[in-house]
Design a protein around this ligand. Structure first.
Ligand SMILES: *Cc1c(COP(=O)(O)O)cnc(C)c1O
Length: 393
């Protein structure tokens, strides 16, 4: 199935709605039946039939089909946020007393789930440096049930070798230990990295980033086998009810129409910005998987089709107020978290440091990093803006 078909046609049964090009927003909480028999029949197939919108809604269903096809997965579930996607996938695959091996520094709220929340139920996590697959292997215990990945891993974009980690889990499975591998694939989107093809079981997304793409919604995606999606649907998905509204599903379908174009623009512009920053005297280091200076450049080329628009720079300064001044001086990058929308963003690591109490003793490497998201603006405008702001350093 080609990408253009997925983005423009798949799942859209236009004959059912006046041959309208844009699908309808089925803003209905429930669905009715012509007879008791019909109701009885559908009740047991809520996963694919239309019964109640906390289960399967027709607008959301179109989106599920597209997202699954993009990932090369059998099915997908769309949930209320990226955080819901990560926590649901994890909770669905652990029991009391189980163990997780996770890449060090996963997304902040995933980390909190693993360190603060899961221990309440006897589930423990070992965090490992993910740059060497052997570290995952060595951390596996008899009760390990999940290997959790996030590649590339923000702020500095270390990678994990997805095929190698999948092979480690597969070997354990063959020896009788069920280990589910899962990855937070938000950075790359299914267009630039296809973890399932590399042997990973579940691919998870914050769709609030590129997939939504317009900084106007929060959503998450879980992709995997039919069996796994059904298992999650009939437990965590229906019980917690962390669903997406039909309205937001419709916005995501609209966002998908231009996903390929938006990514291409963001990615190409990021390469231009990278070329400017790599040679700039005020920039100490640039973190970007497709930079030749990235220690895992070869792996990046092997398992990713391209990078999106996220990159981090370390500024050549030991003074936190210069980092703040740089970010404050940017006119065309808005100060904010997140990424994946039309607008360029700047997120300085210095926000978590106090200018008055932390500076004297702090190691500059802790606060000199600034994450940039390159949006859809003219790259020449963005480079000119960076050039003037770097004067502050
Ligand atoms: C934003 C983000 C999340 C959380 O997603 P929300 O949609 O904000 O809940 C998880 N992982 C990564 C890598 C993210 O960037």
């Amino acid at each position: 199935m080609d990408l253009s078909y997925i983005l423009n046609e798949l799942g859209e049964e236009r004959g059912n709605y006046f041959n309208a090009i844009a699908p309808p927003i089925i803003q209905s909480s429930n669905f009715t039946f012509p007879s008791v028999d019909a109701m009885r029949n559908d009740m047991h197939y809520e996963y694919e039939k239309h019964f109640y919108t906390r289960g399967n809604n027709p607008t959301v269903e179109i989106l599920r089909k597209k997202l699954a096809a993009l990932e090369g997965a059998e099915d997908a579930l769309v949930v209320s946020s990226g955080s819901t996607a990560m926590s649901t996938a994890i909770l669905a695959n652990v029991q009391q007393g189980d163990h997780i091996v996770s890449v060090s520094k996963p997304y902040s709220w995933t980390y909190r789930l693993m360190t603060d929340w899961l221990p309440r139920f006897g589930v423990t996590t070992t965090f490992v440096d993910g740059t060497d697959p052997a570290n995952f292997e060595n951390a596996i215990q008899p009760n390990t049930r999940i290997i959790y990945l996030e590649s590339p891993n923000s702020f500095t974009f270390e990678l994990q070798d997805l095929a190698a980690v999948a092979a480690i889990a597969k070997a354990r499975k063959e020896a009788g230990q069920e280990i589910v591998t899962m990855i937070d694939n938000s950075y790359s989107t299914p267009l630039y990295q296809q973890p399932i093809a590399l042997g990973i079981d579940l691919s998870l997304h914050s769709a609030s980033k590129y997939i939504g793409g317009h900084s106007d919604l929060i959503a998450g995606v879980i992709c995997g086998t039919n069996a796994m999606m059904k298992k999650i649907f009939h437990a965590e998905y229906m019980t917690f009810g962390g669903i997406i509204s039909p309205q937001n599903a419709w916005l995501m379908i609209r966002g998908l129409r231009t996903l390929e174009l938006r990514l291409e623009r963001s990615s190409q512009s990021a390469l231009q910005v990278l070329a400017f920053l790599e040679n700039h005297p005020k920039v100490k280091h640039v973190y970007f998987p497709f930079s030749k200076l990235h220690p895992q450049y070869e792996l990046a080329k092997r398992q990713m089709k391209a990078c999106g628009g996220l990159l981090t720079i370390a500024l050549n300064t030991g003074q936190i107020d210069r980092v703040d001044a740089f970010a404050d001086a940017l006119q065309r990058f808005l100060l904010g978290v997140s990424w994946g929308g039309h607008e360029s963003l700047v997120f300085p690591a210095s926000v978590s440091f106090s200018r008055t109490t932390d500076t004297p003793n702090a190691n500059p490497d802790n606060f000199n990093k600034v994450r940039l998201y390159i949006g859809l603006e003219d790259p020449a405008v963005l480079i000119a803006d960076l050039a003037q702001a770097l004067e502050m350093v």
